[in-house]
Design a protein around this ligand. Structure first.
Ligand SMILES: [Zn+2]
Length: 274
């Protein structure tokens, strides 16, 4: 009897099967997807997140947690062309296990991002964009054309207000429920308000310490606006997924948070003629 793990190890993968419309049992089940993980190398060698993030470490923990796929993007670099190529390479090497996103810095890479991002999606198979630095029209127009989601970790939640209003067709996933490691509980509340005001703003649950705000977000916004994430490999997905499980939500709601919502956003990918 073949287990799901064997199926994945054989290069299957729920997302691949689902996209191809294969009528397998796996395709009918909502895949469990971690929307926030880092992979690859960076040259700074000062902090863990500027040195290396090992995809095999993520895979080991995913198997234990029952997670089918992780969205991976680079750790901190000054520019990201090479790092994004590495992400695409990891996705090819572990086919079916990872969904690759590009990362870009709208300041250090200004003027070059449009061409890079189109190529990274169309040719390298990346399917989203991670941002730390605030984007301008170059980035946002390109993202809107490609139909890819943006996972954004802004310095302050308020920064997402204008861009989510000006780009209503772009889906923004606000990382860490607006406050990495819950550094400011007011930012969690601001994030919940932001997602309430904008139909295209979603909240990622990764690395939230004050778990009552995850519960509050689900309660006030509904499961449709919440997307499970971990911040692997610095933060363990087995712990992060438990923060969702312990809410004891109805199965359908839990499935949306653990993968269904993100799967729907990823389904909007259009690509673009180069
Ligand atoms: Zn992160």
């Amino acid at each position: 009897m073949s287990s799901r793990r064997d199926f994945l190890a054989q290069g299957g993968g729920v997302m691949v099967a689902a996209l191809a419309g294969t009528p397998t049992q796996a395709a009918r089940r909502t895949p469990m997807i971690d929307c926030h993980a880092h992979a690859g190398h960076a040259p700074a060698l000062t902090d863990p997140w500027t040195t290396i993030a090992d995809p095999e470490e993520i895979l080991r923990r995913n198997r234990e947690a029952g997670i089918d796929q992780s969205v991976i993007f680079p750790i901190s670099n000054d520019t990201f062309e090479k790092a994004n190529q590495e992400i695409a390479g990891i996705c090819r090497k572990f086919a079916g296990h990872f969904i690759g996103y590009a990362k870009h810095d709208p300041e250090t890479e200004k003027g070059r991002i449009r061409a890079m991002l189109i190529r990274e999606c169309n040719e390298l198979g990346l399917r989203g964009l991670k941002l730390h630095v605030h984007p301008g029209p170059e980035v946002l127009d390109t993202v809107a054309e490609l139909g890819i989601p943006v996972i954004y970790h802004p310095a302050r939640v308020a920064l997402i207000e204008e861009i989510s209003r000006d780009y209503p067709t772009v889906d923004f996933i606000l990382a860490h429920l607006g406050a990495d490691m819950s550094y400011d509980w007011r930012e969690h509340l601001a994030a919940i308000e932001m997602a309430r005001r904008h139909q295209n703003v979603y909240l990622d649950t990764g690395a939230v310490v004050l778990t009552r705000y995850i519960e509050q977000a689900v309660h006030e916004l509904g499961a449709e606006k919440i997307i499970f994430g971990s911040d692997e490999p610095e933060v363990d997905c087995r712990l992060e997924i438990f923060k969702i499980r312990m809410l004891e939500l109805p199965k359908l709601q839990e499935e949306k948070i653990l993968g269904g919502n993100l799967q729907r956003l990823l389904g909007k990918y259009r690509g673009k003629a180069a």
